[in-house]
Design a protein around this ligand. Sequence first.
Ligand SMILES: Nc1ncnc2c1ncn2[C@@H]1O[C@H](COP(=O)(O)OP(=O)(O)OP(=O)(O)O)[C@@H](O)[C@H]1O
Length: 301
Amino acid sequence: MAIELQQVSYSYADRSLWKLTALRDINLSVPLGSMVGIAGATGSGKSTLLQLFNGILKPTEGTVKVLDVTIQAGEKSPKLMPLRRRVGLVFQFPEQQMFEDTVEKDLIFGPLNFGMSLEEAKARARQAMLDMGLDLALLERNPFKLSGGQMRKAAIASVLAMDPEVIVLDEPTATLDPISRAELIRLLERLCREQGRTIIVVTHRMDELLPYADNWLVLKEGSTAFQGSVKALADDPSILEQCGLTVPQSLRYWRAVADRFDLTDEAPRLTAESLAELIASLPSGSGNSSEQHEGKRDGHE
Ligand SMILES: Nc1ncnc2c1ncn2[C@@H]1O[C@H](COP(=O)(O)OP(=O)(O)OP(=O)(O)O)[C@@H](O)[C@H]1O
């Protein structure tokens, strides 16, 4: 497993007796090399959870196991610095993690900090740029003079340059236009499927990640409201409404078609294209008769 949480709770506290429990009794297993989406209404605990994944926050109760490092509430923590290299965290606002006057300096900062030679660090920086589909000429540019999409990709590249096994991203597509959003999600999918990295994405836009995520965690007021596969979510999307979220269009369409034609198979890749193909393959008519059901199977398989 890349990440395992057992009975994890987290409370924010200040010097007074004031305490706010942001996460309560979370159990979570994220397999190595998988892509996981985390959703939940505002204030449900998503960002708090992400910070537990690389030891920025430590659980107030329970156990967080990340790769081979165990962080237990109330116990002295193991050395967490190496974990910060292995689990890369991409913040919601890329400007929070770019601070040098050239993109290259930003990208080599982490690798140099973790003891790599300048030559190695520069090679890592170039590879990370290429992995994020960025032109190498941008290495010389000031990160704050890049476009929003380029800056966000550069921020991800700065994490990627450390060659992390797990990448955790807080709303990576916020503020991007629809084409850049789709492109970025596909780049993340490549990091997962082609490079075997574990990718965890917090998103308010479930629609764009649904075709790619293996599993979902949905939080409600700091507790787990749903955890499981897209198929399980597609079987009962109403749970999202109960959490104050909008059911993504693609799930609505899939549910409508599945109910009408008694489809019990795995939902197809939930993109507009695959849903359109599926609908085109179904027999015309009102559906739900055994004849039409047979017809669908012949056409679809
Ligand atoms: N540093 C902090 N100190 C005290 N309380 C905090 C702190 N950060 C978050 N909280 C509280 O913890 C709860 C969960 O916040 P969190 O930021 O994890 O939610 P979120 O799901 O990421 O929200 P959003 O979608 O708005 O980013 C909220 O009630 C929030 O007010």
